[in-house]
Structures are given as structure tokens and as C-alpha cells.
Design a protein around this ligand. Sequence first.
Ligand SMILES: *Cc1c(COP(=O)(O)O)cnc(C)c1O
Length: 351
Amino acid sequence: MRTEADHILPKGVSGLNLDEFPRVTLSHGPTPLEPMPRLSEHFGGPNIFIKRDDCTGLGTGGNKTRKLEFLVGEALSENADILVTQGAVQSNHVRQTAAAACRMGLDCHGLLERRVPGVGKDYETTGNVFLDHMFGATLEFREAGLDMNAEALAVVEKLSAEGRRPYFIPGGGSNATGALGYAVCAQELMAQSEERKMNIDWIVMGTGSTGTQAGLVAGLFAMDADIPVMGISVRQKRDVQIKAVHGLVEKTSAKIGAGSIPVAKVIVDDGYVGDGYGIPAQSTLEAVMMAARMEGILLDPVYSGKGFAGLVGMVRDGFFKAGDNVVFLHTGGSAALFAYQDVLSGHFSQG
Ligand SMILES: *Cc1c(COP(=O)(O)O)cnc(C)c1O
């Protein structure tokens, strides 16, 4: 029974209990929260930290690992024998799903959309695609512009008819089950900030299929933690992305019993997309090179590079106060660097 005291006490980390959801362990977690001292000094503004979700440990790591802990947990609870999912050709999500399948003794089938125009001939064999093959996933390619979740669901039906027990994971693992993984990350960040007696003033991250931002926002809200999360869009216009993220925020919040969350909690900047998904802008390439050369951190040219370009742009625009603690969520993706060697090596001579 709820007493009056329950309403007065801040909920904190204990305000969010995810024990009821099936889950498998795929990640090293908690991932490190590290300072970026050279970069912070370079800008002379906020204190910049990096949450190392590139180091989740599964098949070169990345943000999909956390989502897959709950998705694969649910798949096993339904006695599935094959994971079916989809993504763009250089999908980090398909690669991590393929690795998770290996770890759990399942098969994996991935549909890859040729979403990025004008790529070279190696794009479909190197980077993440190479790793998909390493993990024994079966792959099918699709031309751009199809409803890829519908394509994957058609494959699910076909496999079921053949007597397989497929489990469907939507693109990016972004449904309310997958987003629970980022409620866990929100919990980890709160625990790390309490441990260090360090307030977190902002979280900045790249946002695509929405599950990461939605899980963070819902998780923070459930803990009464009023930390704004800035999603740097890698693909869609601001309004479209806000609507999509908020839709999943509400579903995730309902799942964890946290109640309705105002749309104002979903903050997105679309100023770093450049020419579109998978096409690095100048600011993306600059950000990737800056993180590599100032901090020894590998970002990627599709997601975390755009996210980090957003952080750099915000610092330069004077968005943060001096002394603010800003956490960049490194969502991974460095395997895709190898599919973008040509465009990146053009920047190797810059200081
Ligand atoms: C998928 C992905 C993202 C975006 O996360 P969403 O949950 O899809 O919004 C960011 N960074 C990397 C490296 C990713 O692979």
C-alpha cells in the first residue's frame, strides 16, 4: 500500500525495478563513465564525460547489446530458435543481434536495406557485414524505401510455415522491450553520479530508431531524475523524430509503470544530419577525427560521429554553462569505420 511517505521520498535508483522482465546477460555492464580531459580543456567550457556503451563487450559492443538483453530474454521465454531482424547494410544492430544469437545458441537472419546511396563496392562486404558473416547470420538484401519491418515479418511468417520458431526484433531493437535496456543505462548513470557525488547536467547522444533515447527518458522519469537528454538526429527531421521517440517513451513508461511523460521531455536537434542517413557531414568527419586524436576514442560515421558533432556544436554555440557536467553517450558503431575508409582517410593530414 502506498503511504504518504512514499510520495515525499525521492524515488532515486530504487524507483525503477525491472526484475519482472525476462532478461539474459550479454553485456559487461556497468559500462565506464570516463572524463574527456583533453577535449574539456580544449573547449574550456563544460566538463565533458563519456559513457562507454561502445564497451558493452558483445561482438565489438554498442548500444544494441542492452536492448538485446531484454529482447533475447523474451525470445527465449517464448522458446524461439531463430532471431529475425532488419537494418541498413552497415547495421550495428544486426551485427550485435547476430552475436547475441551465437552467445545463446540461436540462429539469426538479417535483412539489410540498401539505404545509403552512392556507396562503393566494398560497402556490402566489409565492416559490420563482414562481422555478420563471422557470426554465421544468414542475410538478405533489400532495395531502399521498403517497409523493412513488414519485409522482416514476411520472413517470420515463411519461417513459421517451415516449422521454425522465429522471434521478430524490429529495426534497431526499438520497441518497449528493447528500450528497457536504456532504462537500465539510466539507472547505471544515476548510480555512477551518486557514487561520485557528481551531478549530471546534460546527456547528449545520437538518436535513430528511437529506443535508446526513449529508454533513457522513461528510465530517468521513473527515478524522478530531471536530467535533460539531447538526441542528435542521424536521419529524420526534428518534429518527426520527437514524435517517434515520444511514442516509444509512452509505451516504455507504461511497461515500467511510470505514467505518462510530457512530450517536452523529448529534446531533439536535427542540425547535424547532413545529407541523410549514413552520409557523414563535414561536422561528422571532424567529430570522428577529434575524438580519435584528442582522446583515443573511436566513434562511427553514421551515428556516434553525428551525435558527437552535435555535442561539439552545442559547446561552440555556448549552449552549456561553464562547469556543467555533460555526458556523451557513446553508442558504439566503430565496426562501420571500415566501410568508410575512403572518406575518412581524406582527413588524415588535418591537425
Ligand atoms: C542504433 C545506433 C544508435 C541509435 O540508437 P537508436 O536506439 O536506434 O536511436 C546510435 N549509435 C549507434 C552506433 C547505433 O548503432
